[in-house]
Design a protein around this ligand. Structure first.
Ligand code: HEC
Length: 124
């Protein structure tokens, strides 16, 4: 009986500590949502079927958008290549699951979508 009480009181000691302090410092730094490419691309993506296969920061059928943003540098050449991939579809860069082709999307719109995705590299 006495032993049980001892164990009980010991377990109370294990209770405390832990707990993390999250310092959310947003002061000063310009937000990526201020970039006009952000809203334009996001609007197009929401209207299309992209979100059926892609999430912003979680792997779904396709890679998470923030991982795509991390993988590719925000250059003209990369934007072009990725925009064409959105239009034509394909696989091989992230695995064997193919992305569907989007023949109804103009090059201009595909570019805007990719610009938005590449902005997400800074999102945690
Ligand atoms: C049917 C599911 C599906 C839909 C719908 C879809 N994707 Fe994808 N997407 C994928 C998969 C799977 C990959 C990974 C392809 C690979 O491995 O190369 C991918 C990859 C990508 C990539 C990275 C390409 C590369 O070569 O690294 C971009 C950018 C992208 N998608 C944008 C979009 C946009 C924008 C839309 C909406 C117009 C969209 N996706 C709709 C499944 C999808």
């Amino acid at each position: 009986m006495k032993k049980n009480i001892l164990i009980l009181s010991l377990s109370v000691f294990c209770f405390a500590c832990g707990g993390s302090s999250s310092d959310s410092n947003t002061g000063g730094k310009a937000s990526i949502t201020d970039n006009p490419d952000f809203e334009k691309g996001l609007n197009l993506i929401v209207k299309s079927d992209c979100l059926g296969c892609h999430k912003t920061n979680e792997v779904s059928v396709g890679p998470a958008y923030n991982l795509i943003g991390k993988k590719y540098e925000n250059t003209e050449a990369n934007i072009n290549t990725l925009a064409e991939k959105v239009q034509k579809g394909g696989s091989g860069n992230w695995g064997t699951v193919p992305m569907a082709a989007h023949t109804g999307i103009s090059k201009e719109d595909a570019v805007a979508m990719v610009k938005y995705i590449l902005l997400l590299k800074d999102e945690k």
